[in-house]
Design a protein around this ligand. Structure first.
Ligand SMILES: Cc1ncc(COP(=O)(O)O)c(C=O)c1O
Length: 442
């Protein structure tokens, strides 16, 4: 039985009506990936206000690895709501905050003593990781990567390596930042890894000597930047360099974490242990929650009261996260990411042979990027990607793009998706590619 059920044209009348109200009452600066208004969602599907059911390859931008409304998460939230909804951990402690921190201390890479602090969003997590690194090292310099995305606060925007649309009109940003190229083999002239270490050497000589650098923050696979996987030796080499200079290595696992790449955390693919790890998105199982986990001596080095927040680690979110992680473990979703990812690749292989505009299919586990580009010039095929996504939506498949050229289609489907649902989605994608390729490319 097919999952996609379309009863109206897309968008239907009720979605159109809602979007008209969206435009009337909310600023256009927020932007919308689809023109849909949603009534309900379950597992790997969402149903709109007009009764149309879609396969969801966006998963709330990677927030729903455990699916929409996982039963254990819903139950945990309901139970918690009847006990208490908010206390503020800095005022009154409660078990779920501590249980979650203990769990994250246990499951993040490295057997050393760790401590965890909770916040509300990925941006808050990355911003606080940098604050922790500065306070611990007594150094101010931060090294970041081009094409990186770390969130929308001022510090995070400074760290983010893409101007449009995130940074336009918002500067100046906090200083003491230096940016080096993310090793992106497809778009690098020459050896991508060598180019990055050469640039780092330049930064050390010209702008920020290593003894002034507090941290290097990196997404182990670029998320918004286009699902770019670094060369195999890159992260171990970066770890070694950080150790040589007493620089903290921060892994931003906001998008890559919780099974997406076929390991619980992406950085485990290279056996690298970061000093601090930032988690969010699927951590909360659909609730707003982020975490910074790090070496206990680092986390304990700050002045008491210097980090936290009113809502960070709210009881509803903590209970949801504990149930979400339990679901991930019990249902074997990390292994499932590999199975689903492999299935997607099998579908993409013949497509890549037929359509040279599919320049690269890359990624790990279920985090797969399909880069569309002119096969000769490598010019990003952003218009084609937009047409493809729009055509897929009309056929019942929700897809997202990424990359500086808006030309990478990315997979962020819930890991509870069935193999049949993957097949259904990939058939829609193939049909739509055929259709839009003829119009846009020929
Ligand atoms: C790698 C990464 N870091 C940080 C963030 C910011 O998270 P949030 O939108 O929850 O602030 C994102 C969001 O997409 C992300 O992908």
């Amino acid at each position: 039985m097919k999952s996609v059920v379309l009863k109206t044209e897309i968008p239907g009348p009720k979605s159109r009506e809602l979007m008209a109200r969206v435009h009337e009452h909310t600023p256009k600066s927020v932007g919308h990936g689809t023109p849909l208004g949603i009534a309900s969602a379950q597992g790997a599907t969402v149903t709109d206000l007009d009764g149309n059911t879609f396969l969801d390859f966006s998963g709330g931008i990677g927030t729903l690895n455990m699916g929409h409304c996982p039963p254990a998460v819903v139950k945990a939230i309901q139970e918690q709501a009847e006990e208490y909804m908010h206390l503020c951990f800095q005022v009154l402690a409660y078990p779920s905050y501590v249980d979650l921190c203990a769990k994250l201390n246990a499951i993040t890479p490295g057997s050393h003593a760790k401590k965890t602090v909770l916040f509300n969003s990925g941006a808050e997590g990355t911003e606080n990781a940098v604050k922790i690194a500065r306070a611990y090292t007594g150094r101010s310099g931060i090294i970041v990567f081009d094409r990186a995305f770390h969130g929308r606060t001022m510090m995070c925007l400074g760290m983010t390596g893409q101007v449009k649309p995130y940074k336009v009109g918002f500067g100046p940003f906090p200083g003491e930042l230096a940016r080096i190229p993310y090793p992106y083999s497809y778009r690098s002239h020459g050896d991508a890894e060598e180019a990055t270490f050469h640039a780092l050497d330049q930064v050390f000589r010209c702008d920020l000597p290593p003894e002034k650098v507090a941290c290097i923050i990196i997404e182990p696979i670029l998320g918004e930047g286009g699902f770019v996987v670094p060369p195999p030796t890159f992260l171990p080499r970066l770890r070694k360099l950080c150790d040589q200079h007493g620089i903290l290595l921060i892994a931003d696992e906001v998008q890559t974490g919780f099974g997406r790449t076929g390991k619980l955390f992406c950085i485990e693919h290279w056996n690298v242990i970061p000093d601090l790890m930032v988690m969010a998105k699927s951590l909360g199982g659909g609730t707003p929650l982020s975490a910074v986990t790090g070496k206990a001596e680092i986390m304990d080095a700050l002045v008491t009261g210097s980090i936290g927040g009113t809502y960070g680690g709210n009881p509803l979110a903590c209970r949801a996260a504990l149930a979400a992680i339990e679901t991930l473990e019990k249902d074997g979703l990390v292994e499932r990411a590999n199975l689903l990812g492999e299935r997607v690749r099998q579908h993409l292989k013949p497509l890549q042979e037929r359509f040279p505009v599919i320049a690269e299919v890359r990624g790990l586990g279920a985090m797969i990027g399909i880069e569309l580009a002119d096969p000769e010039t490598k010019e990003p095929a952003g218009a084609l990607a937009a047409e493809l996504i729009s055509a897929c939506l009309k056929k019942g498949l929700i897809m997202l793009k990424a990359g500086a050229g808006n030309n990478v289609i990315r997979t962020l489907m819930p890991l509870v998706m069935s193999e049949e649902q993957v097949d259904e989605a990939m058939e829609i994608l193939a049909g739509c590619l055929e259709e839009v390729h003829q119009v846009v490319v020929s």
